[in-house]
Design a protein around this ligand. Structure first.
Ligand code: SAH
Ligand code: SF4
Ligand code: F3S
Length: 455
């Protein structure tokens, strides 16, 4: 009889993608995915540490899992991902319900960790980070898949050391996956009917791979080293699989996105006109303190490059943090003015949450009062809503090629899909078009969604 695995993911797309790798590793051990926690033999929670709130959510979730474990004492509970890596043994000591703690590079060891718990009745932990692990030969089991869009992990870790960020500590050193295994995975997905892939990494534009020594390549120019595969090459290789396979990528660090990448976006219709380019702040002193390695002018020049190479219609989104250590009112106004300058299509916005062990925690005081952080957040959120509406209004009466992803979440009389620029479009239902491309003319919009009719 097969054993049942319940797996739940929090945090970024990398975590959701990792859970698919975990499901694949455990499938070989006879575990089948199950969506009822109470009937599961193994419950795994893939966790996020990016902000204090993210960790709090997981702690709360453990309380509800505890109720199920009381009714099913043989249930094994494991914590995976960034919280596992950050807290290590502390998690086992603090959360009595937890049997397994496994960091992001330890998933191949999960079968052993589980057996240890079941047969030896011992709690198990592996939080060793790796310089090489990319899980490149593991075919992910697609969880909650719509059969149309999928993530492909192309690199792991991050070497950037932004001073506020816990990721370099929880995910380890940056390493790129063999591009040929990426292409094979993408081709396989296309052959199975998928029509959109998102290439994933904390910093995709610094992807670089060489058949000789993947981890020791210096940042050389492409022309100087013919064997090295850079991100622009990988993008082009995936774009060439089929014009019917859409390619997205996330996330780009402003310091690494090159005009070669922008030219590939321009050259290929199936490479989406959308770039997530987190600014974090609009003030150069704060950016320096954040260790982002660019300043306001440099960032705005990058935006100009995007507008001039890819075009004005290119979707651009950002991440912002309000109330970082010592941020003054006028420095906060610089963030608002940067937003006015760029007019983003969308932004993910947060107030600063100090993370133990980071550079900012060690060097700077978390000295902006919570209510100020929240008020500043509220101001940027309001501005972004106005800008999103403004950008969406530009699409009215225009025609867009939409990949139909499914039925609208609000009404089954409507379908939903996205434009190349990553805008969600709702339109009247028609039979047999889910998973296909259709042309839609936009009639109306709000700040989040476009509404149109099939042409
Ligand atoms: N690698 C991506 C970001 C990963 S984390 C990049 O560099 O863009 C996603 C976002 O969470 C970050 O862009 C940042 O805006 C936010 N974030 C990270 N650490 C944070 C912290 N300590 N407090 C608040 N927001 C944070
Ligand atoms: Fe964190 Fe910066 Fe790396 Fe993004 S680039 S994951 S914000 S350290
Ligand atoms: Fe969270 Fe880890 Fe992703 S901290 S945002 S799950 S890399």
């Amino acid at each position: 009889m097969s054993k049942k695995l319940f797996i739940q993911s929090y945090g970024c797309a990398m975590n959701f993608s990792d859970s698919e790798i975990v499901a694949s590793i455990l499938k070989k051990e006879g575990y089948k995915l199950c969506d009822q926690i109470e009937n599961s033999d193994l419950v795994l929670i893939n966790t996020c540490s990016i902000r204090e709130k993210a960790e709090h959510t997981v702690r709360k979730r453990l309380e509800t899992i505890n109720v199920h474990k009381k009714n099913n004492s043989s249930m094994v509970v494991g914590i995976l991902g960034c919280m596992a890596e950050r807290l290590k043994n502390k998690l086992l000591n603090e959360e009595k319900i937890v049997d397994i703690v496994a960091g992001p590079d330890a998933y191949r060891d999960l079968p052993n960790l589980v057996k240890n718990v079941i047969y030896k009745n011992e709690k198990s932990i592996n939080t060793i980070l790796s310089l090489e692990e990319t899980y490149e030969n593991i075919e992910p089991v697609r969880i909650d898949s719509n059969g149309i869009t999928a993530f492909i992990s192309i690199m792991r870790g991050c070497d950037n050391m932004c001073s506020f960020c816990v990721v370099p500590y929880t995910r380890g050193r940056e390493r790129s996956r063999n591009p040929y295994s990426i292409i094979n995975e993408a081709k396989d997905l296309f052959n199975k009917g998928y029509r959109e892939i998102t290439l994933l990494g904390q910093n995709v534009d610094s992807f670089k791979w060489s058949p000789l020594n993947n981890n020791k390549i210096k940042l050389e120019k492409q022309s100087e080293n013919k064997d090295v595969v850079y991100f622009c090459d990988l993008l082009e290789m995936t774009a060439n699989i089929s014009p019917d396979l859409r390619i997205r990528f996330s996330t780009s660090h402003p310091k690494d996105i090159t005009s070669d990448v922008l030219s590939v976006i321009k050259k290929y219709d199936n490479v989406c006109n959308y770039i997530h380019l987190p600014a974090q702040s609009g003030n150069s002193r704060i950016l320096k303190k954040m260790n982002r390695t660019y300043d306001r002018t440099w960032y705005l020049n990058k935006i100009n490059d995007i507008r001039s190479i890819v075009g004005n219609s290119c979707g651009i989104s950002s991440d912002f943090i309000t109330g970082f250590c010592s941020e003054s009112e006028s420095e906060h106004l610089d963030t608002l003015s940067l937003m006015d300058n760029v007019i983003y299509d969308y932004s993910y916005m947060f107030y600063y949450s100090e993370r133990p062990g980071t550079l900012a925690h060690r060097k700077y005081k978390d000295d902006i009062p919570l209510e100020t952080k929240k008020r500043r957040l509220d101001e940027i959120v309001k501005k972004q809503n106005i800008h999103s509406f403004k950008r969406n209004e530009l699409t009215i009466d225009e025609q867009y090629k939409i990949l139909v992803e499914g039925v609208s979440k609000k009404s089954d009389k409507f379908l939903r899909g996205r434009t190349s620029e990553n805008k969600m479009v709702i339109f009247s239902k028609k039979d047999n078009i889910i998973g296909k491309y259709v042309d839609v003319k936009i009639k109306e919009c709000n700040s989040a969604t476009l509404f149109g009719e099939i042409c």
